[in-house]
Write a protein that binds this ligand. Sequence first.
Ligand code: ASP
Length: 343
Amino acid sequence: MAKIPHILLIYTGGTIGMVKDFKTGVLKTFNFNKLIKHIPEINHLNCTTDSISFEEPIDSSNMNVSKWISIATIIEENYNLFDGFVVLHGSDTMSFTASAISFMFENLSKPIIFTGSQLPIGDLRTDAKENLITSIEIASAQENGKPIVQEVCLYFEYKLYRGNRTTKVNAEHFNAFTSPNFLPLCESGVHLKFNKSLFFKNSTTKQLQVRKKLDNNIVILKIFPGITKEIVKSMLEIKGLKGVVLETYGSGNAPNEAWFINLLKGAVSKGIQIINVTQCIGGNVIMGQYETSIELNKIGIISGNDITTESALAKLMYMLGEKIPKKDFKSIFTTSLRGEISN
Ligand code: ASP
């Protein structure tokens, strides 16, 4: 008889486990074991679960690199003991964390599913129960004794997305996330419909490698009409700066005024890696399509193609942390490592 999957729930915080302070009306984090008591349905799933909670659960606005490493370490230390992992996380920065964790786990052969909710689990109209229960079901789904999903995903409101393709787009709707350039990996209706042809093809014969050296000496530089030379200059001259996610217009366009191009050129020549991503919610960067992006291409700015800002930021931290040589940086950044960018 097939072994019943064993799933680890990792509670980091977020609305899902918050309670209302009735005096102030403010949402605050809560004890995870008490949270689990609100969902007796978990005991009826075809899996066994165990849980680990952050000692001090956080609102995901307080997420940072060392907390990403804590999540990765919990998964690494429990990797051989469990068949899948469900990470409960605040929705605000969930796409950043899911992206970072995807780069940190190379040769992953088990599911890591991020989920959360817009309303706390104790709320009558909560979306937390469905999100959590279906995430656990997906994490425990197996075929021939092997997990069906073997990558880092984000589950929210009936859809399973590749984590590093997602972005939070709504602070009100239950349908808070989208994956603008990549179709969902699974849709949850009466049945779970897996879109297997989209799954990340992993070399499962290779050993899992957990990469925990992230370098956060980077900035996101979002251009806007009226941006001044002083602003761009001061950002590019930050001491120790190693990378920039340059958020441009449309298909990767930016001012082609000399001062702007020269500042970027100077940064590139100092060895700062600059990635061009679009401010648009969907679509991709095509440097050279317009006159306003030809120069960017010429001075050595790297095209982020259809990567999200969240994923570009995580990939940059990961590649800088791994000290990828300058000569290989562009070719590796533009290659899909975990399915985050289209080739
Ligand atoms: N502020 C919360 C957080 O990200 C929102 C949520 O959980 O959805 O932690």
